[in-house]
Structure formats: structure tokens, C-alpha cells
Design a protein. Sequence first.
Length: 114
Amino acid sequence: VQLVESGGGLVPAGGSLRLSCAASVSIFRLTVMKWYRQAPGKERDFVAIITSSGGTNYADSVKGRFTISRDNAKNTMYLQMNGLKPEDSGIYYCHAVFGRSHYWGQGTQVTVSS
């Protein structure tokens, strides 16, 4: 399974970005898909999860501002990020579970200027 993120960039505080994670397999086959982020010098933190049945959950820090979704026809997962804050900056990684294996994308950089 290959995961390719895109959509990162530099935005001012309060701005929006939409990240995409394209999978090389049908995402119907992926048990869960998640977004994580990692700021410089910090651990990789959970951001959001979407299950194969469409259930979602979010880290408290992004609830009400971020929305995770998936387009099964395009084999792509998204993260719509609104009301961005400087503390949202970091590398955003896509993660997927397929069977007993875990897969990661290469990451996409998000920088929010104050």
C-alpha cells in the first residue's frame, strides 16, 4: 500500500487548507485511515481518524475546525482544516491499516504564520 499526501503549504492564521491522501489500493480495504502531525522537536500526534464505515473522531485540539472525509471512488482521504492556528504547523502524515499492517505516507508540510 502506498499513501501519497498533498495539499500542504504556507497560510496565515485563520486560513484554510485541504490535505489529500491518495492510496494505491481501494480504500474500502483499509480498516481505518488517520491523520497525524509532527511539529519540529515533538512527537507525532494523532489528529483525526475515519473508519471504513465512515465513523470519525478528532483530537480535542482540532475539534470543530478540522473535518476528515474519504472519497471511496477516488481512493482518497481528505483533511479540511479551517481556522488554522500557528500551533497547527508541522508535517502532516497519512496513516492506514490494511490487514495487520500499518502504512505511512511521506508527509506534507503545513506552516501557519502568525
